[in-house]
Design a protein around this ligand. Structure first.
Ligand code: ADP
Ligand code: MG
Length: 626
């Protein structure tokens, strides 16, 4: 028998994970019990699902349950399930390697997270290894549902493990922990009962400690709302979401038509995706009459709602539907639409009820809704209502809805305006908002680079076009009329028409192919010049994103046709007209510099070396003029 024992090395990444688990996690050790029990429950769910389609014969009579036994004298803890079990190969891949890693620096992120909160370990899909927090030796005896030979896996959490055949096993997996000296408490019945009650109440299979069932097996989502306490909801959230926080929003609803649906959905407090843990797995499980048919279902909600945790149960689904066929099942698609619309409506209601709370949600999860707008046409209308932006008419840090903007629109104003910038003060001190300020037209500040994509995807809201203020063809309400009568003082000082024209023409020559055209502006109040986008779709902020993503220059050049608009009332521009006559070389430098300055204000790249050299030339000229 011993000749069949094979010693294997853990994959390097696994060794590092073990290292972190064993050496840096001391607090909240209880969670290893939860992780092992949840693995047992997963294995049982998998078996239950499989038996719907495969009709397995081996050990078919063995009931689905989890048995936990302990020996306080020998200091052992055993967690046994009658789930799907593992074949020799599965043992190897599941417990010797780490299948999925969030991102490249998975290990560092895990180490960081572990320092902050050991509970996070489950989120990384390495829960099994938490056994080594409490055990000096872990033995896994397992036999697959297919009836193939059973195996035993043993490790002390060092660099290696052994695998050998093991006789006399039933279907399922038994995990035996030889407890470390400072972890003997886990060999006691009452400790285990306490932990199971705390973490695993909602496991949908009997969990027995020393033969006695300790959990209440029930599907909370099928109960009526007013019978469920907040505590029960929260506990259930922690269970389905493998979470430690409290949910921020909760939606529990059932409908009978057009489909019978029971759904219980939660929004967490934190967005783990921005915390560096890679892309989130979908968090909603799909049930049919309380039987799990698709865990972390990719089909029941759109991808951009992957931050939601919970369950959806529908009696109308066929029980033996396979995961593959869920994808294009018409019923599932219908479910998806109904539930998504219901959830978005719920968010809109919550936003009305408590704006502050919604703003907090928006800051954490808004990015997912924006992803929805840009990737999913189907729900754009509902999503548009949920978007929030800073605005010239609102206090800093507070965000407003498009509805609020529309309500405040001026008479004659046909369009909704927005402008992107790195922050509020950069926008407010920049050239693009000058005329908006003067005419008291509200303008949205889009502070995230993705915002312009979102708004250009939307195109319009409530029949009003969404327009970026760095567009060339902007026509503000009454700009023309108002400007002519009221800007008398400016007009008097401004350059006469023919001078303007020839100045623009000459400036365009100086700037050559850097701009498509140079024109006089009706929108500038203080600034001498600004860059505007001629291409209807492209805004400067979109160009910045493309630049950051390393788009090829030709593509940028194609999208980014720009005009420079100049302000004929600006003292600098007026003097430039004279300078051109008296000292053309100097005047050329000034034009280039004005252009670069305007580019910088648009957030676009300039060649710093060229600009600095030119700047010195200008300074030198000024110094010698004095
Ligand atoms: P996760 O549960 O997130 O996949 P774990 O480290 O907890 O990560 O478990 C790794 C894998 O080992 C599981 O995905 C599963 O395939 C396998 N496994 C663990 N425990 C059991 C069990 N009791 N029965 C069957 N397979 C198991
Ligand atoms: Mg697990």
């Amino acid at each position: 028998m011993s000749s069949k024992v094979e010693t294997r090395q853990f994959q390097a990444e696994t060794r590092k994970v073990l290292d972190i688990v064993i050496n840096s996690l001391y607090t909240e050790r209880d969670i290893f019990v939860r992780e092992l029990v949840s693995n047992a429950a997963d294995a049982l769910e998998k078996f239950r699902h499989l038996s719907l389609t495969e009709q397995p014969e081996f050990d078919a009579h063995v009931p689905l349950e989890i048995a936990i036994d302990c020996d306080d004298k020998k200091h052992t803890l055993t967690i046994a399930d009658t789930g799907i079990g593992m074949t020799a190969e599965e043992l190897e891949t599941n417990l010797g390697t780490i299948a999925h890693s969030g991102s490249g620096n998975f290990i560092e992120e895990l180490a960081e997270a572990a320092k902050k909160d050991v509970n996070l370990i489950g989120q990384f899909g390495v829960g099994f290894y938490s056994a080594f927090m409490a055990a000096e030796k872990v033995t896994v005896q397992t036999r697959s549902w297919d009836g193939s030979e059973g195996h035993e896996w043993v490790s002390d959490g060092g660099g290696t493990y052994t695998v050998s055949p093991c006789e006399g096993l039933h279907r399922g997996t038994k995990i035996i922990l030889d407890l470390k000296e400072d972890a003997h408490e886990y060999g006691q019945k009452f400790t285990l009962e306490r932990i199971i009650k705390q973490y695993s109440t909602f496991i949908p299979f009997p969990v027995k400690v020393e033969g006695k069932k300790v959990n209440t097996v029930e599907a909370i989502w099928t109960r009526s709302k007013n019978e469920i306490t907040d505590e029960e909801y929260t506990e259930f959230y922690k269970f389905v979401g493998n979470a430690v926080d409290e949910p921020s929003y909760r939606l529990h609803f059932s409908v009978d038509a057009p489909l019978a649906i029971n759904a219980l959905l939660f929004v967490p407090q934190e967005n783990f995706e921005t915390m560096g843990m890679g892309r989130l797995e979908p968090g909603v499980n799909l049930y049919c009459r309380k039987v799990l048919i698709d865990q972390h279902s990719e089909n029941i909600l759109p991808e951009w709602l992957r931050f939601i945790k919970g369950v959806v149960d529908s009696e109308d689904l066929p029980l033996n539907i396979s995961r593959q066929s869920l994808q294009d099942n018409a019923l599932v698609m219908k479910l998806r639409r109904v539930i998504t619309k219901r959830f978005l409506k719920f968010l809109a209601e919550e936003a009305k009820k408590d704006t502050e709370k919604y703003q907090k949600f928006w800051k954490t999860f808004g990015i997912f809704l924006k992803e929805g707008v840009t990737s999913d046409f189907e729900f754009q209308k509902e999503l548009a209502k949920l978007l929030r932006f800073e605005s010239s008419a609102a206090e800093p840090e507070t965000m407003i809805a498009l509805d609020e903007y529309v309500e405040r629109m001026q008479e004659g104003q046909e369009e909704i305006y927005y402008i992107n910038g790195p922050n509020r003060s950069a926008i407010e001190n920049g050239p693009y908002v000058e005329m908006f300020k003067k005419q008291e037209i509200e303008i949205l500040y889009t502070l995230e680079p993705i915002d312009d994509f979102v708004l250009s995807h939307l195109g319009e809201y409530e029949g009003k076009k969404l327009v970026s203020a760095d567009r060339a063809d902007l026509s503000l309400p009454e700009t023309e009329g108002k400007d002519k009568e009221e800007s008398g003082e400016n007009q008097a000082e401004a350059l006469p028409e023919p001078v303007r024209e020839s100045l623009c023409k000459w400036m365009k020559e100086v700037l050559a192919d850097k701009v498509k055209d140079v024109k006089t502006s009706s929108r500038l109040v203080e600034s001498p010049a600004m860059i505007v986008n001629v291409d209807g779709m492209m805004t400067s902020s979109m160009e910045r994103i493309m630049m950051a993503q390393g788009a090829p220059e030709e593509q940028l050049a194609m999208g980014g046709k720009k005009d420079m608009e100049i302000n004929p009332a600006s003292p600098l521009i007026r003097k430039l007209a004279d300078l051109r006559v008296n000292n053309e070389d100097f005047a050329r430098d000034v034009v280039e510099q004005i252009f670069d300055n305007a580019m910088i204000q648009a957030g676009l790249l300039v060649d710093p070396q060229q600009m600095v050299n030119r700047n010195y030339r200008i300074l030198e000229q000024m110094a010698s003029d004095k």
